[in-house]
Design a protein around this ligand. Sequence first.
Ligand code: HDD
Length: 705
Amino acid sequence: MSDRTPHTPGFHPVVETQSSNRTVAREGVRGNGGEIHQRSEDGQWMTTAQGAPVSDNQNTLRAGGRGPSLLEDFAMREKIFHFDHERIPERVVHARGYGVHGYFETTSALSDVTAAHLFQEVGRRVPAFVRFSTVAGNKGSMDLARDVRGFAVKLYTEEGNWDIVGNNIPVFFIQDAMKFPDLVHAVKEAPDRAFPQAQSAHDNFWDFISLMPEAMHMVMWQMSDRAIPRSFRFMEGFGVHSFRFVNAEGKGTFVKFHWKPKQGLQSVLWDEAVKINGADPDFHRRDMWTAIENGDYPEWDLAVQLFDDEFANRFAFDILDPTKIIPEEEVPLQVVGRLVLDRNVDNFFAETEQVAFCTQNIVPGVDFTNDPLLQGRNFSYLDTQLKRLGSPNFTHIPVNAPRCPMHHFQQDGQMQTRGPSGRANYEPNSWASGGPRADPASGHRSFPEEIGGEKRKVRSESFADHYSQARQFYISQTEIEQRHIAQALVFELSKVETPEIRVRLVGHLPHIDETLASRVAEGLGLDAVPAAHEPAVVPDTGLPPSDALSILKNGPASFKGRKLGILMTEGIDDDLLEALTTAFTNEGAMVERIAPHVGGITTGQGKRILAHHKIDGAPSVLFDAVAILSNDAGTVQLEEMHPAHCFVADAVAHAKFIAYTPEADSLFLTADPSSDGGMFALTTGDDVDAFLTACRGLRFWDRLS
Ligand code: HDD
């Protein structure tokens, strides 16, 4: 169609492009409304959704230049009609999310424990789609809310889609799915005032939680830095529940799934999170998009914990209780595969918004357990997909469609695109071309678990210990992380307006740790630590700490994939800037330049260097480490700029590693850079190495102690 002549002489229509428009369109032509039309390079002509060429995308058909619009303008009517129907219901939880394509590859065969095709031999590779999310916030909420992160993985295996719909925290708030609506109602905005959004720091949430001792283990994780990850790339994922692998002989083995980021673990400080939300509410999605566009593909190991009935019976907690972990020290992790994310979506709505994860999507060789939360989830997800996507045919949408052959007799329904062909649409039938038949040998078979017991609404007593593992998590943290948990609790409870709720919550903490309880009580201004609530069972205070539970003990080993921000001013030394940039780029880091103007600076050697950001829009919270390169004149200029002061003061307060030219010394109002082990004076390029080596660690925590 590209050789078609324009329908209106002298008038070039705006062209709808399918590419990501990285190049700017050429040639501007004035339309008859004065608007400027630019032809894109792909030369396509606009049509309606029915394929009819459109002659004018600016003016409705009307009777006379100043007359009424005519209903027969089918192009206008169709355009507005479609626009009016663009939204579908957002997810009731996990509404804000970001999806990425990739692949999963088996690195260690598991054919002895599972019949899953994927795990039969090393090197089997299947496409994957992963959606990361926050839980409580609405679709347009900010990325750095204190919240659990969803980590939902869809594996398009040769035997169907297998969804591991997990979180970045290995336990959950509640033990029974029946309470999920209450939990979600409590954490989301109150129904009368519709706030607070995307946060748990309010009365309803803590009212509910303080009445639910089973939530205390999860609350420790949620108040830890796990709930403010630096990026999706630096967090773990967990399948949470115990599942079952079933091998070809029908033997079952319990399994828990862990995604371990090769990038290491990293979180931000709460003060950073708050400021990032203002500076860049899309911080996490931008981070993922940019990393992948740069070819820096994030990767996770899939590790499994495998255990049998004998272990399940002797383990101190019930393996069906989703508020408990099995410490890695008790059942070691076995790495069996890797997940690599290497492709951004082409269209956010078609893929990320419409992807439909369902916990009940499993494949032969994988089975459920009786975890009451998992069983309830298996009911819930299909309903949600029907509500959101409007048709039982949501599996026809490409992101949801299996990549293996499908044969069944399901037919019709809204938006059906591939009904069965031929006469047979039922089974059994006696037609020669009678369609598919169930296959008892290779079809999915449930583990033949014997089930018995009285029909009762009841919770097993084996689920009754609510504090022991909360304590184990807390004592596994470094002193800095423990302090953060106390500070988070104080912050959240200080937002609670009802004093009784605050006191009720603190009444759980003595069972977890006395020091934590008194720190929080003190932070809230309580006269004393309230009396501890009567526990359902006496907690076991003897559980040993587990290093795997700490972020700081599992941080990144390099600065790869992290971001350096260089604040630069006019006339700085070219060689120094070059040396810094080269060293960090060679490390695999992202380097972004910030200047008083986005137009950049001219170096002392006369080279024009563009900036990525104007200082006002790029506070230091957006970077993992910062460098301040200025000469005397530049320092005077920065001293007059409030954002520059905040840039430096925040980098100091957030324990960041900081490099600086000696001339920038006077910008440090809250610290003495010459005596701070996390600050590095840069005079020549030779000084860069020590700074880079330090940056490979997470932060210079000594500054805060
Ligand atoms: Fe859920 C979405 C994870 C308990 C009901 N859940 C959803 C998503 C994740 C999780 C990651 C987003 C999927 C996506 O990106 O599209 N949910 C969990 C975990 C849970 C959990 C790890 C506990 C271990 N969920 C849970 C319960 C119920 C639900 C107990 C209901 C009884 N979850 C849903 C849902 C959602 C959902 C309402 C909303 C959007 C969707 O399913 O597709 O059905």
